[in-house]
Write a protein that binds this ligand. Structure first.
Ligand SMILES: Cc1cc2nc3c(=O)[nH]c(=O)nc-3n(C[C@H](O)[C@H](O)[C@H](O)COP(=O)(O)OP(=O)(O)OC[C@H]3O[C@@H](n4cnc5c(N)ncnc54)[C@H](O)[C@@H]3O)c2cc1C
Length: 636
């Protein structure tokens, strides 16, 4: 990728930051590496640099290798060195990691990735790179500043000897020749379905067959890891189908592809929920996943001796016991409803439910609806109720970040995930890796200018919302939506139309207030206002995924693994200390054999690759010493 595109993506501050960092590092640019960065074309510079890096690492010269990093450097490793998802920040952390892992990892063959060229702009030389370790092939991305590494991303592409059967290695399908009693593909699939989980145990069980479980299941299938996906809904896609009827994806199609099978070119920009449901159902079938619908995991326990799970599953009317080695909870980041407790909920005579249970607006025409909350679901539900002719009031307790969908697409995502990006040769895989190459520690610095630009562009719009009484924020440090998502997974609305209804008063608004109590027919607010109500929707968000571990395994295990999600940014709902990566997601947890998977479609697609490789390595008995297993600072 050209640096220009990166700058468009990360915002104008990139070059500012680089210049500042350049000044900072000039003083540090002493020592041995300037000689390899003399006036050469970018390819020459990067090749020379990589060969010096390779040489230092191969010789086990850790100090020499560390000297090739800037003082303010970041090395983000997705599984290749650390068997973890981990960012080393600064030279000391790089040194510590290399001391622990270099001898085992035995990296080699660092070079510019096949078919790629390095590029240079604003004092940054960057390149796609490839390398190997003792057990894997890796792909990555590197940015050099003043001849040293500023950011390095190393990711595992495949395990040697366990490559996916693609391209030249794709399965034959047909068996040419003649053979008595041969089985057809269908007979083999039916036999597998009949046997797996009954006479043969899966290596891995994924609980939750939403898009997360499905994407991971597809990766594991390609890696030949026997896996069953347990889903309490009847069919794949139902977790989308069952949401409120007006829902369309908030993210655009270019961001949403599943692994292996991108959406066709005529797929709508924003998928309606039932359409994405159908796609997931089709995908599950064609990717040949062992998907147990109408099956609920009731209980799971881990035997530390045999290193095996015992999982009790209710499948239709039958109780089945599964004994996998690995258990993945893909039960949804937005799936464990936070239902508030208000005085009077037991006496309220109308309908009341969490947003996840909201059936849609049809039966509320001419009724009075009160929606508690002011984030995505609250806005979508309010707008749909208004469209259906209900009298709707939104109750906003605290500030919300609102960003217009088109502004977000044009200023926030376009350089990586858009039709223009596709036209200019950007692939989904590269876009994901560029995204991944930006260290979380400094990501907010790149996001702030993007949201400043959005605020400027949409200034009138924000003024109108404020005039209507809506309480706005742009994130604790003005870094906007994406950082809020990574830090707390809540607190925003991507505006696809409801804000206009708030601004013009069609959706009534009570802001800066809380619910005091419910009466039989109304909601009483903390400022004394009484809102008559036939319907109350609690659009009050979702709890941490380790709540599922508490329900299915035990409180003890849930506390042992701790909070899921967030970075430790010490901003609202993301308490410190700084953790550097999302807590517990896609990587080893404090509970052996227990993993969490999920996130939006982009994360699910991207990180399922690294989780599947971690599971495959364990199945094959490849040593996987985890470096920097996260500590637990928060219980949930
Ligand atoms: C209103 C709304 C809008 C959203 N819009 C977007 C968007 O535009 N783009 C995007 O990427 N994301 C969006 N999200 C986030 C969305 O929740 C996730 O992207 C997606 O649902 C995550 O998929 P998942 O597979 O991780 O979880 P889910 O889809 O929640 O799937 C989890 C599954 O686990 C099952 N399950 C739970 N417990 C058990 C058990 N004990 N036994 C068996 N099965 C169990 C559930 O039935 C469920 O099907 C939105 C979320 C909401 C609520």
């Amino acid at each position: 990728m050209a640096p220009r595109e990166l700058i468009a993506f990360v915002g104008a501050s990139a070059s500012v930051r680089r210049n500042e960092a350049k000044k900072e590092n000039k003083a540090l640019a002493i020592g041995t590496r300037e000689d390899i960065m003399l006036d050469k074309a970018p390819n020459g510079k990067v090749s020379d640099f990589l060969s010096a890096f390779d040489k230092a690492l191969s010789a086990g010269e850790i100090e020499h290798a560390v000297d090739l990093f800037q003082a303010d450097c970041y090395w983000r490793d997705l599984v290749t060195f650390t068997w973890n998802i981990k960012t080393m920040e600064g030279k000391d952390e790089v040194r510590d990691m290399l001391k622990a892992r270099l001898a085992d990892a035995r990296p080699s063959n660092w070079k510019i990735a096949d078919g790629e060229d390095a590029s240079e702009a604003d004092g940054i030389t960057e390149s796609w790179i490839q390398f190997e370790t003792e057990v894997a092939r890796g792909f990555g991305h590197m940015r050099l500043k003043d001849g040293r590494i500023w950011t390095l991303l190393t990711t595992m592409s495949e395990l040697k000897g366990h490559e996916e059967p693609v391209g030249f290695d794709r399965p034959m399908g047909a068996k040419h020749g003649a053979e008595r009693n041969r089985k057809t593909w269908k007979e083999e699939r039916d036999a597998e379905a009949a046997e797996l989980g009954y006479s043969r145990q899966p290596y891995c069980v994924i609980i939750g067959g939403g898009q997360g479980g499905i994407a991971l299941g597809a990766r594991l299938r390609q890696l030949n890891v026997p896996t069953i996906i347990i889903e309490k809904n009847e069919s794949p896609g139902d977790s989308w189908r069952k949401r409120y009827k007006s829902l369309c994806l908030h993210d655009p199609v270019w961001y949403d592809h599943l692994p292996y099978l991108p959406f066709p070119r005529n797929w709508p920009v924003f998928s309606p929920k039932d359409k994405i449901g159908d796609w997931l159902e089709m995908y599950t079938k064609v990717m040949e996943l062992n998907y147990w619908g109408s099956s609920e995991c009731k209980k799971a326990s881990y035997d530390e001796q045999s290193r095996e799970w015992t999982i009790i599953v209710q499948r239709d009317s039958q109780e089945i016991v599964l004994k996998p080695k690995q258990l993945v909870l893909a039960t949804g980041m937005s799936a464990k409803p936070n239902l508030p407790k208000f005085e009077g909920m037991d006496i309220f005579k109308g309908d009341q439910h969490h947003s996840s249970q909201h059936p849609g607006p049809d039966k509320y025409r001419n009724k009075k609806a009160v929606v508690i909350g002011s984030n995505n679901s609250a806005h979508d539900i309010c707008a749909a109720l208004w469209e259906a002719g209900a009298d709707v009031t939104m109750v906003q307790r605290s500030t919300t970040h609102v960003v217009k969908s088109d502004s977000l697409m044009e200023l926030g995502l376009a350089s990586l995930y858009s039709e223009q990006a596709v036209q200019s040769g950007m692939t989904t895989a590269k876009a994901d890796l560029i995204f991944a190459s930006l260290p979380y520690k400094i990501l907010h610095e790149f996001q702030i200018p993007v949201y400043n630009a959005i605020r400027e562009r949409d200034a009138d719009y924000y003024k109108r919302l404020e005039k209507a009484g809506f309480l706005l924020d742009y994130g604790d440090d003005d870094s906007g939506l994406f950082m809020k998502y990574l830090r707390r997974g809540s607190g925003y609305y991507i505006d696809v139309g409801a804000s206009e209804l708030v601004a013009n008063g069609s959706i009534k608004l009570k802001s800066g207030v809380d619910v005091k109590k419910l009466t039989e027919h109304s909601v009483v607010l903390s400022d004394g206002t009484e809102l008559p109500a036939d319907l109350i929707v609690y659009a009050t968000g979702y709890g941490s995924m380790n709540g599922f571990a508490a329900d299915l395994i035990s409180r003890e295990v849930a506390d042992k693994v701790g909070k899921v999600w967030g970075l430790g940014s010490n901003t609202t709902k993301d308490p410190g200390p700084w953790e550097g990566e999302q807590r517990n997601m896609w990587k080893p947890t404090q509970q052996q054999g227990l993993w969490f998977h999920g996130g939006n479609l982009h994360q699910s697609r991207h990180y399922s690759q690294f989780l599947s490789l971690q599971l495959k390595a364990r199945m094959e008995g490849i040593p996987t010493p985890v470096y920097g297993l996260q500590k637990v600072h928060h219980l949930g």
